[in-house]
Design a binder for this molecule. Structure first.
Ligand SMILES: [Zn+2]
Ligand SMILES: [Zn+2]
Length: 116
């Protein structure tokens, strides 16, 4: 097996963002994507919307599937293909909003529309 194909798809484990209230960097698990969250430092509330420029996302963190170390990457690399700086393993970051396993559903970016 050629090493070029040893590229693992990795979803972010969570987000690194700046609190809009106190400007401190926060780590938020990806399950809170699209949710209202409370800053643990200043207890300010805000909406975590990764697709909104209003969200001060600075990056994300993810576990390297090769060496299992935590990696931090700039938000602009959320779709990038990179090599782990620790083990050199190849990683393809995939956005959180993508739903890779969704039987019968049509994936892709679609607005939230309530279907009957
Ligand atoms: Zn805060
Ligand atoms: Zn690694």
């Amino acid at each position: 097996m050629p090493p070029e194909t040893d590229c693992q798809q990795v979803e972010p484990g969570g987000f690194l963002l700046e609190c809009p209230h106190c400007r401190q960097e926060l780590r938020v698990a990806r399950k809170y994507s699209g949710a209202h969250v409370e800053c643990k430092l200043c207890h300010g509330h805000f909406l975590l919307d990764p697709d909104s420029p209003a969200s001060r996302l600075v990056g994300f963190f993810a576990e390297c599937p090769h060496c299992l170390e935590e990696l931090r990457a700039n938000w602009r690399y959320r779709r990038a293909r990179v090599a782990c700086k620790l083990c050199g393993g190849r990683i393809q970051f995939i956005p959180v909003s993508a739903q890779p396993v969704r039987p019968g559903g049509n994936s892709g970016r679609s607005p939230m529309i309530a279907t009957g």
